[in-house]
Design a protein around this ligand. Structure first.
Ligand code: FEO
Ligand code: CA
Ligand code: CA
Ligand code: CA
Length: 621
């Protein structure tokens, strides 16, 4: 039987109004529950979360981290009323984390080793078992053997082309086979064989090099002055054993070789990291073949037995690029049930070809290979500029410059339509696109403060695709040149960021702040649309326009100050989980005095929300 080309899903809720309150908004007939906020213990090794900020680094290492972001649900039964959530913890709010905020001592400098460890431990990933109770509420299973944290300090394996490279050799891992920690885990992915992918996004800011900077460090933007993002390297401590724990974030060469300092420490960051949630104590693996940049997410393309698997990942920074990794191995559906899941990662994610996207004016695009023989714009090949594939990967963005990739308006999340196979990508905004930088067909707006969603169809060629722009962000009052998709009050949005399809073919679009024309009307939000049903008179896929824009509906609005990010849904479609990141006060505004005792900082808590229909039926439809 031929594959369906149109989803049967039909949105079954009315678009909700925007809101600007310390609460979440959902359609009529739906409820949202707060679940697994920052600081909630995962094991008995953590003390209960304290509203005065007094929890220590060991508590934080055994509890939910801060600033929840990408997530995925891994079921432990058929319906998905029992399962594991993997949750990213992107970054931290020092004011909420510590009793007296970022000014932890009289000099305004944190002097406590425990405070630095707490900050590092609040980053990374949580794996937490959750269960749906008879009352329709989810609960965290305390002390489940699979509950665990991966932090900014956890030992991880390096796999793929950079494994055992001397470029990754450090005093901690002289053979270059391991790195410590994962940082700034923003978007996520998952694999067909049941593992989680966490993506290292704004990691360059955590490192500093005040000496001779390397080409890759300069290209990616490692700072040459000041301090790292949270100044961890400035608190090396006195005890010898602490020195490399924190000073590793200072990658300035100081000795005569890589064994004398941490010049290579940052080279172990900037990757897609694979975690097997179902196996306790399994080590996370950094998959270097997928490139080294500010990975926002990682999404596999439509699976075809006997064909390679594609993984898409955007580099979220202004004028950066969109990448695709194509596996050398052909997909074998039996591998979906493999018991050694990380061996499947070895099979499909360590060998293959990395490409970067070029979007041409005629709606056609091409994937440019970042291999040694990849053609450069000057008529040569990347082998004229790099000594090895390892060197190309280490400076992925620099290689992409040379082949002529298209500079984009901040590639964020990517999602693949399970019905059509089309790939959708959020381009969140780029207010620095101006007359000097110019526009290009895929990024056509100067001062692009509202962002857009682009999509492409791979067709039959691994090197070519066709593309169009699915929807442009705008406020409802935007003029014709701005409101290109004809949005109204009930679906105006700016800064699309999180993006996910569920397997019914519903596309969920989440926003991260954005233009004041929209934020004056509503907090960050989540919208839904069924793209395979958006067709023109000839039945071809259409873009969002004034005639069909009502098919794009607002489903959820977050509390004040937050970003709505991360999406996952249970196999029976009855519960959706999203992250509420960096809320301003929530979830305490209704009882702020209780949560924020007199004299201490307000401690808003990033958390998940579990969204369900009150009657327990599949949501969205
Ligand atoms: Fe952390 Fe690109 O959003
Ligand atoms: Ca994001
Ligand atoms: Ca963002
Ligand atoms: Ca964020």
């Amino acid at each position: 039987t031929p594959a369906p080309t149109v989803s049967k899903a039909k949105l079954g809720f009315n678009s909700i109004a925007g809101s600007k309150t310390d609460a979440v908004s959902v359609p009529e007939g739906y409820s949202a529950q707060v679940l697994a906020p920052w600081g909630q213990p995962l094991t008995d090794r953590a003390s209960a979360w304290q509203a005065d900020g007094s929890n220590n680094a060991v508590d934080q290492e055994n509890a939910m981290g801060m600033h929840h972001d990408g997530l995925h649900f891994f079921p432990l039964n058929d319906s998905g009323s029992d399962g594991l959530l993997c949750v990213n913890h992107e970054y931290i709010d020092q004011n909420a984390l510590h009793p007296t905020g970022s000014d932890a001592d009289a000099n305004g400098v944190r002097s406590s080793v425990d405070q630095i460890r707490k900050e590092i431990n609040a980053h990374g990933v949580a794996v937490v078992r959750i269960q749906l109770q008879d009352n329709g509420q989810w609960k965290v299973v305390d002390n489940d053997p699979l509950n665990r944290r991966y932090t900014g300090a956890t030992t991880m394996d390096i796999s793929g082309p950079l494994a055992y490279s001397d470029k990754l050799a450090t005093p901690f891992s002289p053979d270059g086979s391991q790195a410590r920690g994962t940082l700034n885990n923003c978007g996520n992915g998952y694999t067909p064989w049941g593992t989680y992918l966490t993506c290292e996004e704004n990691w360059p800011g955590y490192f500093i090099n005040t000496g001779t900077i390397t080409d890759d460090q300069e290209r990616i933007g490692i700072s040459t002055s000041g301090t790292g993002r949270y100044g961890w390297e400035t608190l090396a401590g006195n005890a010898e054993e602490r020195v490399d724990e924190f000073s590793r974030f200072n990658v300035t060469p100081s000795g005569s070789s890589a064994m004398d300092d941490y010049r290579n420490e940052a080279n172990g960051h900037g990757f897609i990291v694979e975690i097997d949630p179902y196996t306790a104590n399994s080590r996370a693996v950094k998959r270097t073949a997928l490139g080294r940049f500010r990975h926002e997410g990682c999404t596999f393309g439509k699976l075809v037995a006997g064909q390679p698997i594609s993984f898409y990942s955007g580099h979220d920074s202004r004028f950066e690029y969109m990448y695709k990794f194509v596996s050398a191995a052909a997909w074998d559906p039996a591998d979906a049930n493999a018991s050694d899941r990380l061996a499947m990662g070895d099979k499909y994610m360590d060998e293959g070809t990395l490409y970067v996207a070029k979007f041409d004016a005629d709606g056609v695009g091409s994937w440019l290979p970042l291999s040694m023989d990849g053609a450069t714009q000057d008529g040569g090949s990347l082998s004229d500029h790099f000594d090895s594939l390892e060197d190309i990967i280490l400076n992925t963005a620099g290689a992409a410059d040379l082949v002529g990739a298209t500079p984009m308006d901040r590639p964020e999340w990517c999602a693949v339509d399970p019905i059509t196979g089309a790939v959708y990508l959020t381009l969140t905004n780029n207010t620095r696109r101006n007359e000097t930088t110019g526009t290009n067909p895929a990024n056509p707006r100067l001062n692009n403060k509202f962002g857009h969603v682009i999509r492409w169809d791979e067709g039959d060629s691994v090197n070519e695709f066709t593309w169009d722009i699915f929807v442009f962000g705008s406020d409802a009052n935007g003029d014709a040149a701005t409101n290109l998709s004809g949005l109204n009050e009930f679906n105006q949005f700016a800064s699309p960021d999180g993006l996910s399809f569920d397997q019914r073919g519903i596309l969920w679009i989440q926003t991260d702040n954005g233009a004041s024309e929209v934020t004056s009307y509503t907090n960050d939000q989540m919208l839904a649309v069924v793209p395979s049903t958006i067709t023109d008179d000839e039945g071809n896929l259409d873009t969002i326009n004034a005639d069909n824009q009502g098919e794009l509906r607002r489903f959820f609005v977050g509390p004040n100050g937050c970003e709505v990010t991360g999406f996952t849904i249970t196999p029976d479609y009855t519960t959706m989980f999203v992250s509420i990141q960096h809320p301003g006060n929530w979830p305490y505004s209704s009882n702020a005095a209780e949560a924020t005792p007199a004299g201490v900082n307000i401690r808003p808590r990033a958390a998940l929300v579990a969204i369900r229909k009150n009657d327990g039926s599949p949501l969205g439809v």
